[in-house]
Design a protein around this ligand. Structure first.
Ligand code: HEC
Ligand code: HEC
Length: 158
């Protein structure tokens, strides 16, 4: 009896490990890394600090090279800070199949995977006054600031 129970438990553990591996592969863009202090300080004033894995290195490079004309804002920083953040973004950029290609305008919100994951959200919803933009992740993802985009944490405000 004990042996049977132990085997059952081992099997369950094996399944959980497999499931975890599959889900890590499926949602590579979700993986969390500790945030660089300078990145949080300088890049979360106007929007949340987007997870570095959600864009490829080429996109981050362009974003960091063009901070003076940043999506209609001036987000410029001194050279040393730009370099520090760039190196870190480069090292932690997305490399998975889904994230490898630079999206239009180097926007996470225009990536294929993003559009696919949000296909149920009608375009008008993103423009509600409570949301304003698809880039306002935290409006709907309560855990966005912690890098948690799990679908069970999603709540679309009216
Ligand atoms: C002065 C305000 C400001 C600062 C500081 C700022 N940003 Fe932005 N950022 C914006 C605005 C405005 C947008 C466009 C948001 C929108 O379309 O809703 C944007 C958009 C983005 C996007 C594209 C989001 C999308 O649509 O997928 C990325 C990536 C980004 N910022 C990265 C950064 C990084 C990296 C830093 C730090 C070096 C930074 N931002 C600092 C204002 C800022
Ligand atoms: C208008 C609300 C809204 C905004 C804004 C929004 N999302 Fe989402 N997001 C959703 C919904 C709804 C889903 C689908 C949840 C489901 O599948 O049940 C989703 C799904 C996701 C998923 C897949 C989660 C999973 O478990 O499969 C990711 C990753 C994600 N969003 C990231 C982002 C990022 C990054 C931003 C900002 C750049 C963002 N979202 C902005 C509503 C939003």
């Amino acid at each position: 009896m004990r042996g049977v129970l132990r085997n059952a438990l081992l099997m369950m553990a094996g399944c959980a490990a497999l499931a975890a591996a599959a889900s890590a592969d499926e949602h590579e863009h979700r993986a969390r890394v500790p945030m660089l202090k300078a990145y949080v300080q300088e890049c979360s004033g106007c929007h949340i600090a987007f997870p570095p894995r959600m864009l490829p290195a080429a996109s981050w490079q362009r974003v960091m090279a063009g901070l003076a004309t940043h999506y209609g804002s001036d987000a410029s920083l001194d050279t040393a800070t730009v370099n520090q953040i760039s190196v870190w973004l480069n090292a932690n950029a997305g490399t998975g199949r889904r994230v490898r290609e630079a999206p239009p305008e180097d926007r996470i919100t225009r990536s294929d995977w993003f559009l696919r994951k949000h296909h149920e959200v009608a375009p008008g919803v993103f423009l509600r006054p409570s949301i304003r933009s698809a880039a306002n992740c935290a409006a709907c993802h309560a855990g966005a600031e912690r890098g948690d985009y799990d679908d069970d944490g999603v709540r679309i405000p009216r």
